[in-house]
Design a protein around this ligand. Structure first.
Ligand code: PEP
Length: 247
């Protein structure tokens, strides 16, 4: 059986009270699920600490949805990788397309975040993916190469013992209900894996998929050999849907 990782990205959809209720109400069912399936929950910053406390002594891991590109210092409104580590996070998503779009994050800035995550021993979940336009113009691989380059440079200079996750998320598949074909996903994720392992041999790099994963398409997507996990947005907000995807 594949070592598959399920990551729930709650984005800003669950405010503090709702996020905590979800975890409290589903704690035992979630814990049971996570005993046999690696599961990570990524709530918003303010919910991290109470959720980590609530999930102590379970196998469920908690991740952040972003971190600052800077070490602790005078950066009003930002949250450092060091803080996330201290609070008990195990993972951190960086480079999500919503942050690239709304916060104008650049590939170089995302690489700076990667460096800080590795230095603070947090496992990165690095999102990359092409726009619909790029997909239509058959520019997926050049775009992914551009996004990968500064990230791979960081990975070449810092050794890291745990798996590093690249989430391939075609922007046009996020929240749209549209899923790329299995052949396309297989080709791209295999190619991504090869790019990473040839440029950074020796690192444990895993490719996961994100974009409209739901209970109906999960089994078929899971069968793609080169996919080692899912980054799940809207379907992860509902425990029953999440459970169906995971199990
Ligand atoms: C995401 O935002 O990372 C995502 C995959 O969202 P959704 O599952 O809702 O498409």
């Amino acid at each position: 059986m594949k070592d598959f990782l399920y990551i729930a990205n709650w984005k800003m959809a669950k405010p503090f009270t709702q996020a905590l209720h979800f975890v409290k109400n589903n704690k035992f069912k979630l814990a049971k699920l996570a005993q046999s399936h690696k599961t990570v929950i990524c709530p918003s910053f303010v919910s991290l600490y109470p959720i980590i406390q609530e999930l102590q002594n379970t196998s469920i891991k908690v991740g952040a949805q972003n971190c600052s590109a800077f070490a602790p210092g005078a950066y009003t409104g930002q949250v450092s990788a060091k803080s996330l580590k201290e609070v008990g996070c195990s993972y951190c998503i960086i480079g999500h397309s919503e942050r690239r779009q709304y916060n104008h994050e650049t590939n170089e800035e995302i690489a700076q975040k990667l460096e800080l995550l590795l230095k603070n021993e947090l496992q990165p979940i690095i999102c990359i993916g092409e726009s619909e336009q790029a997909f239509k113009n058959k520019k997926t691989k050049p775009i992914l190469t551009e996004q990968l380059q500064p990230l791979l440079q960081i990975l070449q200079k810092i050794s890291f013992k745990k798996p590093i996750y690249f989430a391939y998320e075609p922007v046009w598949a996020i929240g749209s209900g549209i899923i790329p074909s299995n052949d396309y996903l297989s080709e791209i994720t295999r190619w991504l894996g090869q790019q990473c392992t040839t440029q950074v041999p020796g690192l444990d790099i895993r490719i996961i998929y994100g974009g409209s994963v739901n209970p109906n398409n999960a089994a078929s997507l899971k069968a793609i050999e080169s996919i080692n996990g899912f980054l799940i947005g809207s379907a992860s907000l509902d425990f029953q849907k999440l459970k169906k995807i995971v199990s």
